[in-house]
Design a protein around this ligand. Structure first.
Ligand SMILES: [Fe+2]
Length: 246
């Protein structure tokens, strides 16, 4: 039944928006603290685009990475305050919250043990893996998060080229939700990520979809995603959990 989507990928006019999912829960729109928006002006450009495309609430997720982005509750809270002040000044009415995208490095386990992970909704934790190789202890860490009451969400599973669909399925079956980057379905990250994204959709393995927006090129791709039949399927007929974060 999904062959239709595989064979016939006609780029359509944009006739729908993201209002059915309401919440975008993975983005780098907080100003000046990671590789996303550099300043509040850039944040506003990205946020206005999301609003135009039907997003009602944004959960910003700055990187927390021991080597590059040493963010914590304080740096992220400060950036959120700066952004909120600018939104207010410009009279832009949108709900923005902050959590984080936790990188799976040697410091992650410590943050789990100390209960200092930044969460969204009902204790959901967004985390990402290395793009080079799979951490050996991934199942152990997922279990630890769950044992301590966290609900792990793996960011952009389609982008880890070292994992096939069976491995991703095993991760999900261990109790970890999977978050697709919407723009993967346009081929933004290459053919392989696109193929894997499509397979994940076909196999009903996606729990959340979001923009992972860093800059205006992502914003443009997020708009163009609305032309893709796979994105239409996700928005119209798929058990996504984004709305639970409203
Ligand atoms: Fe991200």
């Amino acid at each position: 039944m999904f062959d239709f989507f595989k064979k016939k990928e006609v780029k359509k006019d944009i006739t729908l928006d993201y209002s059915s999912i309401q919440v975008d829960m993975h983005s780098h729109v907080l100003p000046g603290i990671d590789d996303g928006a550099k300043n509040p002006e850039e944040s506003i450009v990205l946020i206005k685009k999301m609003m135009r495309l039907g997003i009602k609430k944004i959960i910003a997720t700055p990187h927390i990475m021991a080597d590059y982005y040493k963010n914590n509750e304080e740096t992220i809270g400060n950036a959120l305050n700066i952004l909120k002040a600018e939104l207010k000044r410009q009279q832009i009415d949108i709900e923005v919250e902050a959590a984080a995208e936790h990188y799976f490095d040697e410091t992650l386990e410590g943050r789990i043990n100390n209960h200092t992970l930044m969460t969204m909704g009902d204790n959901y934790v967004l985390f990402e893996l290395s793009f080079i190789s799979r951490p050996k202890n991934i199942f152990e860490i997922i279990k630890k998060m769950k044992d301590l009451g966290y609900k792990p969400i793996l960011a952009h599973p389609e982008r880890y080229s070292y994992m096939d669909i069976a491995q991703l399925k095993a991760i999900r079956e261990s109790g970890c939700d999977l978050q697709l980057n919407t723009i993967s379905l346009t081929g933004y990250y290459g053919k392989d990520a696109k193929k894997t994204a499509e397979n994940l959709v076909d196999n009903q393995l996606i729990d959340f979809m979001s923009s992972d927006m860093h800059h205006p090129r992502h914003a443009e791709a997020f708009e163009n995603s609305l032309r893709m039949p796979y994105v239409e399927k996700l928005l119209k007929d798929y058990p996504l959990k984004n709305i639970m974060l409203r």
